[in-house]
Write a protein that binds this ligand. Structure first.
Ligand code: 5BU
Length: 465
């Protein structure tokens, strides 16, 4: 190993930026080591060494601009920029939403390539957020350089989105240097090795265990319905004619645990529509979910939900909610209701080119986690199984992930819809699939509903053994 790297490891250990023992992580799990590089800026000698190491790592890379992810890596990138005489830009940390303010500081031109420096890589999430901000501003991102790779498979994760990761030192490097200096005993080193060799997935509970750990009655109802009906299928019954609606529903009701409506699609809507819907819900034992996608201020959505022609709150047990207007929308919708109702937040969408960013998704999940009283879960999507798994990992086990954009025979609809297979959706961690045209556009909706239910349930069962 290069002398500079060896020195860096010893220095980080000396200043307490790298510790071994037993540490509690944010997730509640415990880790046999702890890395926090925020204090390195106070040690000019260490910084000097790091800059040399970064410079030599950057030698063969092509880029027009440099950036560091605030805060720890930004001063490092600034120094490298001066030494390499390459312009620096940086992304404002506090500007979270695009379009509301200047996101990138510094001078740059669209189409330029920006290399991103960071201190640590664990899951890759903050790297994706940084890349997304740069790309949103018209820059290209190819390379990431991190000081320390403490991940299980950071390079692979970044490669899945086409980025290359180079790391100055890895955990293994640290173990071998500190081991050779007798600064770390072998059994602790082995513990660290085992820890890093395990993917950062939360311990997976079975669906039954998750149900036991769930306290929200509205969320429990969904979980119980899934188990009772042995179905992870939500039918999205987007037809305009009420007769056709009830005809398909009566044929498919036994296969689904929940029906999803867009009630404003129905051309011949009258209040009797609801009476008939509730009768079929009783007959076939399914829940009712209106995909209204509320998005306005609290006081407006309250009226939209409770009044008007459809009086949605009277009959829809669950509704979809956009978080674009902020958390108060939840109080507007679910506060002071006689019969409890619950929401699904739109965290990711299946439509091509949709404007939801990684940062937005993270913020939606943060609100949803705080509001389990009225948020039963999320609507989400993903590009493949691994992507869905990473997303699912961020969702608490006592909330659900529903996935639209699922079809067994098609990959899209020519209007932006992007389809996943049933197996990929469930294997990724969706608790239920939402299927519309895969079932309703067929000549035999009953048979198709059974086919979707079985495909989903079989995969779900093998995962919950
Ligand atoms: P499809 O016929 O299976 O493509 O219907 C999908 C349904 O799910 C349809 O009602 C959409 O409005 C709904 N949907 C979606 O497809 N993608 C999303 O990201 C969200 C909802 Br949110």
């Amino acid at each position: 190993m290069e002398a500079g790297k060896r020195q860096l490891i010893l220095d980080l250990h000396r200043i307490g930026a790298l510790k071994f023992g037993e540490f509690k992580l944010k997730s509640g799990a415990s880790s046999p080591f702890y890395i926090d590089l925020r204090s390195i800026i106070s040690y000019p000698d260490i910084i000097k060494n790091i800059i040399q190491l970064l410079k030599s790592e950057l030698k063969d890379k092509h880029f027009d601009l440099l950036t560091g992810i605030p805060y720890t890596a930004l001063p490092l990138a600034a120094q490298v920029s001066v030494e390499l005489e390459t312009p620096l830009v940086y992304q404002r940390k506090e500007v979270k939403a695009y379009g509301t303010g200047k996101l990138i500081e510094g001078h740059y031109e669209e189409g330029q390539t920006c290399l991103i420096i960071d201190d640590l890589i664990t899951t890759g999430e903050s790297k994706f957020e940084a890349a997304e901000g740069m790309e949103h501003a018209g820059l290209k991102v190819q390379d990431f350089v991190c000081l320390v790779d403490r991940s299980f498979n950071g390079a692979e994760i970044l490669a899945s989105r086409g980025y290359k990761l180079t790391s100055i030192i890895t955990i293994e490097d640290m173990l071998s240097v500190l081991g050779s200096e007798n600064m770390l005993d072998a059994s602790l080193a082995q513990k660290v090795r085992d820890f890093v060799a395990t993917p950062l997935e939360k311990p997976r509970l079975t669906f039954n265990e998750r149900l036991s750990a769930t306290s929200s009655p509205m969320t429990r109802r969904l979980m119980e319905a899934i188990l009772r009906k042995k179905s992870n299928l939500v039918l999205s019954l987007d037809v305009e004619d009420s007769q056709k609606f009830f005809d398909i529903l009566d044929k498919t009701g036994s296969e689904i645990f929940m029906l999803k409506t867009h009630v404003d699609i129905i051309q011949d809507y009258t209040p009797e529509f609801v009476t008939e819907l509730q009768a079929l819900a009783k007959k076939h034992d399914f829940l009712i979910f209106e995909d209204r996608k509320f998005a306005d201020i609290g006081s407006t959505v309250r009226k939209q939900f409770r009044s008007g022609v459809y009086r949605i709150a009277d009959w829809a047990e669950y509704v979809t909610v956009h978080m674009i207007a902020g958390e108060a929308i939840l109080d507007g919708l679910f506060g002071e209701l006689e019969t409890p109702r619950s929401g699904f937040l739109l965290a990711r969408m299946s439509a091509k080119g949709n404007l939801i960013s990684e940062t937005y998704t993270r913020q939606v999940l943060e609100v949803g986690k705080r509001r389990k009283d009225c948020v039963s879960g999320y609507i989400g999507h993903g590009v493949d199984v691994e992507d869905i798994k990473r997303f699912r990992n961020k969702i608490p086990q006592d909330q659900l992930l529903l996935m639209p954009g699922v079809n067994l025979d098609s990959t899209g609809d020519g209007l932006g819809q992007q389809y996943l297979s049933v197996e990929n959706a469930i294997r990724g961690g969706a608790d239920a699939i939402i299927v519309g045209r895969g079932i309703i556009a067929s000549d035999d909706p009953r048979a198709q509903a059974r086919r979707y239910r079985e495909a989903a349930w079989n995969t779900f069962e093998t995962m919950n053994k």
